[in-house]
Design a protein around this ligand. Structure first.
Ligand code: SF4
Ligand code: SF4
Length: 681
């Protein structure tokens, strides 16, 4: 009979505390103790995060609650990997069902029944309730067994399996199994006739007792012992949540998602009161636990050690001394050790760990706990720069060059001007003049402006724009956009740069700033606005794809040629520009072979995060790994859309027999462009 066909009185009511009379006061004492332990642990956690600051009140509550639904309940980031997604959902939703059931049970037994002599878990409702509890328990057990299987088979590399992970899985498994045992004895005692198939597990076990000839009376002593153990384990597991990895339910699933940034993740947070800190001679960035922001300290406690960041990290893959998961864990330990503990020391906190980061953002994209590793790393870099700590010489030199010469390489600024003047004369592209109005001012970028191998990219782009009738101008005052300074950690130099660049550009009238460097794109789009410098900005692949779509540019023919495309981290991952470069490649007729890691999951070329300006000389080159991935596609041409990627691939091209071309060059020259870019140049 299905539940709704049953008369209300047909199913026996729940007999609460059957067989466990006398043990009830013990549970009350345990519950009070657990609540006190939990409150104290929560107080300790909040004190650690806030370190004396007031708790911030979250703004834009609607958007934040939407994030909670998306990331905590729908768990969209956890589901980026299928098996962990299945496991986590089984455990999460199984536990949630059991928890809801237990709460309903407690409400009926302790409130409605005691105060009003009223029940609601009766008749058909009770049968559905039992079914849901059975499903919850089975989901939980299946999830835990799968979690052990995943670890035993090492399906996810670098996944830790320490005492804490065993404690979490085994405590849940024990609660589920003992719960089924308790349920089975109750079913056996007074409700056998109605419990199949709703209480499927309890009924099956009860049938087994019956078949084995075990009586209820024989089961009672075991029942009492298991009940006490089950309740104690469940109550104490809740009490100790703030001290165990179970805290991620509230720290990560609750607070960290609620306080998750609403601005784009690549609008890397600026330093608060920068000017004041510089004037007072205070540390800019973080060298100790107390100098991190409260949100960064919260981030550290949200980590669940899932290893996704480390498995996606190009620095780790290339053998550099950086594993984002271990860095986060080590920083967490430092914060737990006290406000004055140092953030740079040995092991995972060695200076080289911080300097190995390419700021590619793969960790940030992967992290289901919504941790922003790049901001953490950048804050410590800032601390090192500001206190004259262990900054690699190449990076100190790059900062000096930006400050003195307006480019990180140390070139004479006149070289940029001379090349620009030649381009202006040869291609008929004017320099911006006050009073004139332009569609675009082209911000060439230091890399392209000084490197003879990259200048042809800018020249191709400008020829295409001229052909399309776009009114574009060069900027005589162009200097470094400040991005390298920000990545290295000199926030003050960056802010000064942003101010002077903003002043220079605001003398002219133009609709958008055109950039061909994704780092410059991100800087103008998301970072300079943090310092009040705002211009509409477009990447050259966006503009070219629009011009091709409008029929204003006729793509050159590259049919019959097989190419692969490398997504720059700052274009694809940080800014979601994936389709435009691909549409341009397709427009030429070239055949596109994708690398295994492409799109927003791209693998870094190794040039970002200021890595371009020094060589850490540990492990393999990231560029070599990426070049081998490109080569594995069978294509002998790598199309790029970033001057940094272009240079990094060129440095590996010889060994892998690859040609390297920017999208603009392919669009302009087609097959001919390949002839001008022989393999290994
Ligand atoms: S940003 Fe990239 S290089 Fe840096 S820690 Fe994250 S994954 Fe590794
Ligand atoms: S930082 Fe995020 S991705 Fe990395 S281990 Fe922790 S939770 Fe997982």
């Amino acid at each position: 009979m299905i539940p709704w066909q049953l008369p209300l009185a047909a199913v026996p009511e729940i007999k609460y505390y059957l067989f466990v009379q006398g043990l009830y006061p013990l549970i009350i004492i345990e519950s009070i103790a657990a609540a006190a332990i939990c409150l104290y642990g929560s107080y300790r956690s909040f004190s650690r995060w806030l370190m004396g600051q007031p708790i911030p009140i979250p703004d834009h509550l609607g958007a934040r609650l939407a994030n909670v639904l998306r990331y905590s309940f729908a768990q969209v980031k956890v589901w980026r990997h299928r098996l962990p997604g299945v496991i986590h959902s089984l455990i999460f939703w199984g536990t949630t069902l059991l928890l809801i059931g237990t709460i309903l049970d407690a409400i009926e037994s302790e409130i409605t029944l005691r105060l009003f002599h009223a029940r609601f878990l009766i008749g058909p409702v009770y049968l559905w309730f039992k079914l849901a509890m059975n499903i919850g328990g089975l989901m939980l057990i299946a999830g835990i067994l799968l979690a052990y299987y995943r670890r035993a088979r090492r399906i996810t590399p670098n996944l830790p399996m320490g005492p804490m992970e065993h404690y979490m899985l085994l405590s849940l498994l024990t609660i589920a199994i003992t719960g089924f045992f308790l349920d089975s004895v109750n079913t056996y005692a007074y409700r056998m006739s109605y419990m199949f198939p709703y209480d499927i597990v309890g009924y099956s076990l009860a049938s087994l007792y019956r078949d084995l000839g075990i009586t209820v009376a024989q089961l009672v002593p075991a029942y009492r012992a298991v009940w006490l153990f089950h309740m104690t384990l469940a109550i104490m597991s809740i009490g100790f949540i703030p001290y165990t990895k179970f805290s991620h339910i509230f720290v990560h699933g609750g607070l960290n998602v609620l306080y998750y940034r609403l601005e784009p993740p690549s609008a890397f947070r600026p330093v608060e009161d920068l000017q004041g800190k510089v004037e007072r001679g205070e540390v800019v960035g973080a060298t100790t636990a107390s100098e991190l922001t409260w949100k960064e300290r919260l981030d550290l406690d949200a980590c669940v050690k899932c290893a996704r960041c480390t498995n996606a990290c190009p620095a780790f893959a290339s053998g550099k001394p950086l594993s984002p998961m271990h860095l986060v864990q080590a920083l967490r330990e430092a914060v737990h050790a006290g406000p004055s503990s140092k953030l740079v020391s040995d092991g995972p906190l060695a200076p080289e760990a911080y300097w190995s980061c390419t700021t590619c953002g793969a960790c940030v994209r992967e992290c289901p706990a919504m941790i922003h590793h790049v901001e953490l790393i950048t804050d410590v870099r800032r601390g090192l720069v500001s206190t004259g700590g262990a900054v690699p010489e190449g990076l100190s030199q790059a900062l000096y060059n930006v400050m003195r010469l307006g480019n990180p390489f140390g070139f004479d600024p006149d070289e940029r001007t001379r090349w620009m003047e030649r381009v202006s004369t040869d291609l008929g592209i004017p320099f911006a003049e006050p009073g004139e109005e332009y569609d675009y001012i082209y911000w060439v970028g230091c890399n392209t402006a000084y490197d003879p191998n990259l200048r042809p990219v800018a020249e191709s782009l400008l020829r295409l724009l001229k052909r399309a009738g776009v009114k574009v101008a060069l900027l005589r005052e162009e200097t470094c956009c400040g991005e390298p300074a920000r990545r290295i950690g000199d926030e003050y130099l960056f802010s000064e740069n942003a101010r002077s660049v903003g002043e220079a550009l605001s003398r002219y009238r133009f609709k958008s700033l055109l950039v061909s460097c994704p780092h410059g794109y991100n800087n103008f789009k998301h970072e300079m606005p943090l310092y009040g410098v705002r211009f509409d900005v477009v990447h050259h692949t966006q503009l070219l794809s629009r011009l091709v779509a409008e029929g204003r540019i006729e793509p050159a023919d590259a049919s019959g040629i097989r190419v692969t495309y490398h997504d720059p981290c700052y274009l694809a991952r940080w800014n979601g520009i994936l389709e435009e470069p691909r549409s341009l490649i397709r427009a030429t007729g070239a055949e596109l072979s994708e690398m295994a890691r492409h799109g927003a999951d791209s693998f870094c070329c190794g040039g970002g995060g200021a890595q371009f300006f020094f060589d850490i000389k540990i492990g393999e080159r990231v560029s070599k790994i990426r070049a081998s991935q490109a080569s594995a596609t069978g294509a002998d041409t790598v199309v790029v859309a970033c001057p940094f990627c272009n240079s990094m691939f060129r440095s590996e091209a010889q060994s892998f027999g690859l040609r390297v071309l920017d999208v603009a060059q392919l669009l302009e020259g087609g097959r001919g462009a390949l002839d001008q870019a022989p393999r290994g140049t």
